[in-house]
Ligand binder design. Structure first.
Ligand SMILES: Cc1cc2nc3c(=O)[nH]c(=O)nc-3n(C[C@H](O)[C@H](O)[C@H](O)COP(=O)(O)OP(=O)(O)OC[C@H]3O[C@@H](n4cnc5c(N)ncnc54)[C@H](O)[C@@H]3O)c2cc1C
Length: 505
């Protein structure tokens, strides 16, 4: 076993899927010495995720890649539910307006395109090293560091590196999860679906831009318009059906026959996936962490699996950065699972309910008959969940939610001005009244100040919420609000602590 000469890193990321790559880019932004170890030579070339949301795009903006991603996405107009006869039973449109995040609610994309942009983005950071064809097989840790052992699959040589922290972004069958010794909390949904991606050979505008949920009790199915000439169908496989037989071309075309024929399209790939719903019970053991599919798996009906992993990365990266730089103690890292796990659980439960709606005879019948049901989508609550307890607990109902993004008077955007850092969004009169000592305290703690005279809509947002200022975390979640002088004095006192990261109010 050779000890790698450049063998000491702040963070080792295991796996360079979309989550590992996003995390490594965020650590790149922070200047954290990072090694990414990936088993494969190249990004996985076949499609999986087809949808991401405004919050994910905001994270891509933070890592400076939103403009590079934009040419690879199209906007989604929404989702329609139809019965077995094709009658519309429910419409769930997505607005074409920008959301308070400063982005659109729903983007369609091709996962390999996104991964390519994210991976290329890693080349920008001198302190981020990527090693492909490196299979991690063992981990251990002591009080000072973690040891990562891996095999270079090109040479067969084994090597080891040491790091302050290891994050397993190594997918659903995570090795890091095994070393953390975490069991999974099974949320009960496990179904086989045949996923068919086709490439159109001729225009088929009748297939439409909406996602269509075919609530056909005999054979529930989902249609999704992809980017360019890509189209996808996800079709239930019955328990008695053989997965191999389901992917035979004749069988695929017979399942697709009511929508499309071989004259219209070529099959890019067809595979049977078992969609799971599960959350790891333990996301951290000392210096080892989980993020993305290693920590949670969701049925794809809401298009939130990867999005949840992107949120993990945004939550964890700044905390690792602060601990690695000695600005916060290790306890800050405990807030990662406590904040993220309840948030992702809510999305998974919602996805299961949506899957039930598409799947279940009774629900489809109820919908077709126009009978409102408690779990029908008209009643589905698609509000973004709150962060779980952690730094952002308590206070006014605002903390634990995402802060809006504002357009600046110079045409720029507030996130770009602030960077991946803390920000005080303040009423102009409040910001103008800050003393030199207060400004210095904020600057020393790395808090950017943005006044409402510089940002359109900020004044209205502050007064709607009856606050003079709000402290926002680097991942854009609201941490503290300021209504009175005492609130601000407490905020400053917290910033003056050696731990710098403001504790819970
Ligand atoms: C059919 C389908 C449709 C989906 N649709 C959506 C959607 O619309 N929207 C959405 O948000 N999500 C969707 N998802 C989920 C999404 O694809 C996943 O959540 C996402 O790919 C997870 O990213 P990840 O980086 O956590 O893991 P992965 O993408 O699985 O990446 C893990 C990486 O770790 C590497 N690795 C594993 N073990 C090791 C090791 N020991 N050493 C080194 N490297 C290792 C692997 O090679 C891989 O590159 C869908 C999934 C499927 C299957």
């Amino acid at each position: 076993m050779s000890s790698d000469s450049s063998s000491s890193f702040d963070v080792v990321v295991v796996g360079r899927g979309p989550v590992g790559s996003t995390l490594a880019n965020l650590l790149g932004v922070c200047g954290v010495r990072t090694l990414v170890l990936e088993r494969e030579a190249k990004a996985y070339h076949l499609p999986r995720a087809v949808h991401f949301d405004d919050e994910s795009m905001r994270v891509f903006q933070t890592i400076g890649l939103s403009e590079a991603i934009r040419p690879h996405v199209i906007l989604s107009p929404g989702m329609r539910f139809v019965d077995a006869e094709g009658r519309l039973v429910l419409d769930w449109p997505r607005s074409a307006e920008l959301t308070p995040m400063g982005w659109h609610l729903s983007y369609r994309f091709h996962q390999p395109d996104l991964e390519q942009v994210l991976n290329d983005g890693l080349d920008r950071w001198a302190h981020v090293t990527v090693r492909n064809c490196c299979d991690v097989f063992a981990l251990d840790q002591d009080e000072t560091s973690a040891r990562v052992r891996y095999e270079d699959l090109c040479t067969g040589q084994r090597a080891e590196v040491r790091a302050g922290y290891v994050v397993g972004c190594d997918g659903a069958r995570s090795l890091v999860r095994r070393f953390i010794c975490s069991a999974m909390d099974d949320l009960g949904f496990h179904e086989r679906w045949l996923v068919i991606d086709v490439l159109l050979k001729r225009d088929r505008p009748d297939l439409c831009d909406y996602s269509i949920q075919h609530c056909n009790p005999q054979r529930p199915a989902t249609y999704v318009r992809g980017t360019g000439n890509r189209r996808r169908w996800e079709i239930t496989i019955h328990p008695d059906e053989d997965a191999m037989a389901a992917t035979e071309p004749d069988r695929i075309w017979s399942l697709l026959a009511r929508w499309i024929t071989p004259q219209d399209a070529d099959i890019e790939r067809a595979a049977v996936y078992t969609f799971h719903s599960a959350i790891a019970k333990q996301w951290r053991n000392g210096r080892l962490f989980l993020a993305g599919d290693s920590a949670h798996q969701t049925p794809p009906f809401l298009g939130q699996g990867m999005c949840a992993g992107i949120r993990d990365a945004a939550n964890l990266a700044w905390k690792l950065w602060h601990v690695v730089r000695g600005r916060a103690d290790h306890g800050l890292l405990d807030t990662y699972q406590s904040e993220r796990a309840p948030h992702v659980r809510e999305y998974i439960e919602l996805a299961i309910r949506l899957g039930g709606l598409i799947n279940t005879k009774a629900m489809a019948a109820g919908l077709a008959a126009g009978v409102p049901r408690q779990d029908a989508p008209a009643k589905l609550d698609v509000r973004t969940p709150l962060l779980g307890p952690g730094l952002s607990a308590g206070d006014t109902g605002l903390v634990g939610r995402l802060a809006p993004q504002f357009t600046l008077s110079d045409g720029g955007r507030s996130d770009d001005r602030v960077g991946y850092a803390f920000a005080l969004l303040a009423d102009a009169s409040f910001a103008g009244a800050l003393s030199p000592r207060e400004r210095a305290a904020l600057a020393t703690a790395g808090v950017a100040v943005l006044g409402s005279d510089e940002a359109a809509g900020l004044s209205a947002w502050l007064s709607q919420n009856d606050i003079a200022a709000a402290l926002v975390r680097p991942d854009r979640y609201l941490l503290r609000t300021v209504r009175c002088d005492r609130d601000f004095a407490e905020l400053l006192a917290a910033l003056n602590n050696t731990a710098r990261v403001p504790p819970v109010a």
